[in-house]
Design a protein around this ligand. Sequence first.
Ligand code: HEC
Ligand code: HEC
Ligand code: HEC
Ligand code: HEC
Ligand code: HEC
Ligand code: HEC
Ligand code: HEC
Length: 484
Amino acid sequence: MGFKRDLNDPKTQQPDRLRDFRQCNEWLTQVTFDHPFVRIFRFNSRFTGIRIESVDPRKKLKRLHYLLIASIAGTSIGLLVLRQSDERPVDPSFTEKNKATPEQTIAVEPSEKDSGSGRETIKNVEGPDSNDESLISQKSTQTQPHLVGKKVCKECHADNFRMHSQHGHAHTFHVLNDSPEIVSKFAGKTFNGGEQFGTYHYQANAETTKKIGTDHPIADAELTATIPTVFGDNPFPLQYALGSGHNAYTLLTLITEENGETAALEHRASWYTGQDGLNITPGHSKSVPADGLELFGNISRGDDMNKCIDCHTTSAEIYDEQIHNLIPSVNCEKCHGPGSEHVRLARLQSEPPAYSVGKDDWDTESEIQLCGDCHRLPKNISEKELREYPDLLVRFQPVGFLRSRCYLESNSELRCTTCHGPHESLHEVSKETHIQNCLNCHTTPEHTICPVSPKDDCIRCHMPAMEQEQGLTFHDHWIRVRDQ
Ligand code: HEC
Ligand code: HEC
Ligand code: HEC
Ligand code: HEC
Ligand code: HEC
Ligand code: HEC
Ligand code: HEC
């Protein structure tokens, strides 16, 4: 990487000083043009432009330099240098437009939330509610159900609350500043991201480092990464961690792009519990960095970014490089919908009216929609993959499940919660219970009994665990007799 080294050379680092054309030509012959920081664009045979990027990771800011070279009669005769301002382009009206009023914040109207961000989860979760015309047409914020938080549910549903608190759902999104245990998995370590990326050096602020490992973790746990060979000691902040740590933690930082839009950078290194260490984030192994910040990871934008955060949170509105109204992780009301009305009525009477999964039209398909909205449905998969069912699809349990004869031929009796208590973590479920779930059908006269192993070990042969990237395993939910 010739150019990387040249970046430290003041001559090449600051092209706007290159007013001398000879020097410029010399410089041009030095740089390696396939470097992500340098782009050449040719307008026509006379004009060539060069775009050079310098990055300030701390401010998550890109600075652009443009050189325009006119070539007449075989020699370069002009050089124009433009530098784009450092200011991040922010449309001031954007914040005002998108900011929820305090009322809106608590009175989340399902239909509004949907159209706001193209999120589907709430709509599907809310299936029964959103059919209720009276709810949607109510303008008064008093009768529109809003989020009350899981602690309120605990009052009356203590068992479900306790179970859910052991589930991955309850711990799948973390603000790093509040999570010194996660910060400590990175702080002080280095990780080589690969030749085109460089080595990340992780650092927590001094206060945090002192407190990590004590019984009293403190709130301020800022974590940063540097790539000394490229950016010196200029740090890139790491903001959020996704995953419960049962399998992994992946880090995410919101950035502002040149067009003023907020985007999310998924860091290239993740923590793997199974490896007790850092390794490449799933999906990143083939990445090629396209611009300076991408040396820290992949950028996701628009719906991809919204969905990434949406699948791991109960409420989140993303703008201005921040998540507003954040309720981390998949809590009660993410699946059951805003609960204020249910709580109000349950406090007035011992048998409150049907709510959420208690409604008449809640059925197997509604449930598969709910779980599938995050665990993925066939509509999220390309037709080619659906046809070929490559191993990587086992990660998306509903996709395999929906093609199983157990589901197709059991008259809507088999759904996710037949085998998974919706609140109970798999880590609390024994192997015997999984087998019993199969035997509940496959010992009865109306169903077939296995000629090979009628009472034992069903999962290993019919739903085997399959290893994916970085040793993560997922069970193939296409329950079937497999080719050997
Ligand atoms: C003041 C007590 C109370 C609070 C608080 C409460 N519930 Fe309930 N909930 C009940 C009662 C009573 C029932 C009906 C009997 C039962 O199933 O336990 C019920 C039933 C349910 C049902 C079953 C569906 C139905 O229609 O029967 C769900 C789901 C539910 N509650 C979720 C929640 C959630 C989520 C929260 C927090 C937002 C919550 N509840 C807060 C008392 C409460
Ligand atoms: C809003 C998105 C969302 C919805 C809806 C959802 N899940 Fe999940 N689920 C997740 C995420 C994210 C994880 C990963 C948790 C972690 O980080 O370990 C997960 C993990 C799990 C796990 C493994 C973790 C454990 O502790 O057992 C099971 C089992 C599971 N989900 C079942 C379900 C079922 C069944 C439903 C439907 C009733 C459902 N999920 C609905 C997002 C969702
Ligand atoms: C469509 C919903 C959805 C989107 C989008 C999504 N996730 Fe997840 N994520 C899940 C579910 C569901 C699981 C649980 C997978 C399982 O255990 O089967 C999960 C698991 C994880 C885990 C736990 C480790 C693992 O592999 O089990 C991490 C970390 C994670 N996601 C990070 C991310 C990040 C970062 C993004 C965005 C860049 C993202 N996810 C986008 C739904 C989603
Ligand atoms: C991943 C989605 C999901 C989450 C998160 C979730 N639930 Fe549920 N819950 C369900 C589903 C699905 C059912 C219906 C299960 C069935 O059909 O047997 C259910 C059923 C219930 C019921 C009625 C049956 C029972 O178990 O008593 C109550 C009450 C309930 N949930 C409360 C809660 C509370 C309280 C929380 C948070 C602590 C919560 N749920 C979190 C999906 C979820
Ligand atoms: C017939 C039983 C059965 C049904 C139905 C079922 N699962 Fe599973 N599921 C299992 C078993 C068994 C495992 C592996 C448990 C273990 O060994 O920890 C599993 C594991 C999982 C995991 C953990 C990650 C993995 O793949 O190993 C998730 C997430 C999950 N199931 C989601 C779902 C969802 C969503 C549905 C509904 C579309 C569903 N399951 C339906 C039996 C079932
Ligand atoms: C709700 C009932 C139900 C449950 C629970 C259930 N199955 Fe099935 N399964 C069926 C039905 C229905 C069929 C179609 C053949 C029949 O009627 O036996 C079937 C078919 C099968 C087949 C033959 C598939 C083929 O491709 O020919 C296998 C293998 C199987 N089940 C294994 C399992 C295993 C393993 C479990 C537990 C993880 C399980 N089933 C749980 C209802 C169920
Ligand atoms: C050692 C691997 C193995 C184990 C363990 C095992 N199976 Fe099977 N199962 C098979 C094979 C192989 C077949 C196909 C047999 C054939 O077609 O002759 C089969 C067939 C079946 C069928 C279809 C039978 C038919 O006639 O269509 C069902 C249902 C089934 N198994 C359920 C189960 C259940 C439930 C369990 C656990 C109690 C289980 N299996 C455990 C390997 C296994």
